[in-house]
Design a protein around this ligand. Structure first.
Ligand SMILES: NC(=O)c1ccc[n+]([C@@H]2O[C@H](COP(=O)([O-])OP(=O)(O)OC[C@H]3O[C@@H](n4cnc5c(N)ncnc54)[C@H](O)[C@@H]3O)[C@@H](O)[C@H]2O)c1
Length: 334
């Protein structure tokens, strides 16, 4: 990370950055404490922030693609934490959670040699260096030595709004690169600095295994790859590094990325109408599951796809169909 970025991501600024929801991909270091109810939160987003909410206590650090925003945020107000966030960040002992560090990262690039010249020249990257996966892993090692938990909570598919039949090769491969291989790469580079007994978690979606019209551009394929890789990585990383690898299949939540797909509100309504539990899924519920998976309480769980979706994955039919109108199925009016 260059000096400007280091300044931007210093201790004092991290809370301010979190306030804008720029903490996405979290990596936690080796204080072996696993409290609940602590961390960063942004009300609309999924797992990303809320996983931090539940995992983070003392030393934690995050990496994300939006580092230009991190820099611009540095120039803004000195307010540290909004009252709402302050409430959400409160730890059981009454203190506020702290994020130690923020790293810029573009998980589509593994090492500097992979970055094409035109990308380096792009104004998004100008003035910044050392944001590939390998370089961020080196920084984390240098700064923290080792880690216990790695959370992959990112996805991107430039053609996500296109049906698979209309998706280009380029769009399909971009979805796989950003949303699936990025995890393989992160684990490859971070596993060597993960402590034995450590835990790695990614976020997936049921479109990997069931037809969800509207989740296009190869994103369903990318999630299928991510889940398949979870099995193989659980074996390989388990044997080689003694770490666990699981993925959480979250139900629909109105995050920034989900809004870009454009059908998230409909999917939330569908879930409320058809899932066994008729309530809107909260980011905290995903974070709680992540905290469990990351903790020693889950020490024998690896290679799993864990559904956190109010049970929607278990349904074989949509019970809001008029076909079921005479069955007298109990329904929460909402
Ligand atoms: N929102 C949902 O309904 C839902 C449901 C199931 C699973 N998920 C999964 O949860 C994860 C987090 O998504 P979210 O919905 O919280 O959206 P989000 O927009 O809050 O988070 C996505 C993050 O990925 C980052 N990102 C994208 N490309 C990147 C790259 N190349 N390098 C580094 N960072 C990059 C973005 O900057 C963003 O911060 C994703 O894997 C998503 O597929 C979301």
């Amino acid at each position: 990370m260059d000096k400007k970025l280091r300044d931007a991501c210093g201790d004092e600024n991290v809370k301010k950055l979190a306030k804008q929801g720029h903490f996405r991909q979290g990596v936690r270091n080796s204080k072996k404490r696993y409290p609940s109810g602590a961390g960063i939160q942004k009300s609309t987003s999924v797992p990303t922030e809320s996983i931090c909410v539940n995992l983070v206590r003392t030393s934690s650090y995050v990496a994300d693609a939006d580092w230009k925003l991190l820099l611009s945020f540095k120039k803004k107000s000195n307010d540290l934490v909004s009252p709402i966030l302050a409430q959400k960040w409160k730890l059981p002992d009454g203190s506020l959670m702290e994020i130690t560090k923020v790293y810029p990262l573009d998980a589509v690039y593994d090492c500097p040699e992979d970055v094409p010249e035109d990308v380096k020249a792009n104004k998004r990257y100008a003035g910044s260096t050392k944001w590939t996966v390998q370089e961020v892993a080196e920084f984390v090692k240098q700064d923290f030595g080792s880690i216990d938990i790695l959370v992959h909570s990112l996805a991107n598919g430039p053609e996500v709004t296109k049906p698979l039949l209309e998706t280009s090769r380029k769009g399909y491969l971009a979805a796989i690169s950003a949303s699936s291989y990025s995890y393989v790469s992160l684990l490859k580079h971070f596993a060597p600095i993960m402590n034995p007994g450590g835990s790695s978690i990614s976020l997936t979606y049921i479109a990997s295994e069931r037809i969800i019209p509207g989740y296009g551009g190869g994103m369903s394929s990318a999630k299928a790859a991510l889940e398949s890789d979870t099995l193989v990585l659980a074996f390989e990383a388990g044997r080689k590094h003694r770490i666990r690898v699981n993925t959480i299949s979250a139900g629909p939540l109105g995050s920034r990325a989900a809004k870009a797909i454009g059908f998230i509100d409909m999917m939330i309504d569908y879930s409320s109408a058809n899932a066994p539990l008729q309530k809107e899924l909260s980011a905290d519920e995903v974070g709680n599951a992540a905290a469990f998976l990351a903790s020693p309480l889950a020490s024998a769980i690896t290679g799993g796809v864990i559904y956190v979706d109010n049970g929607l994955n278990a349904m074989g039919v949509g019970v809001d169909s008029p076909i079921f109108k005479d069955l007298d199925i109990p329904t929460d009016k909402h």
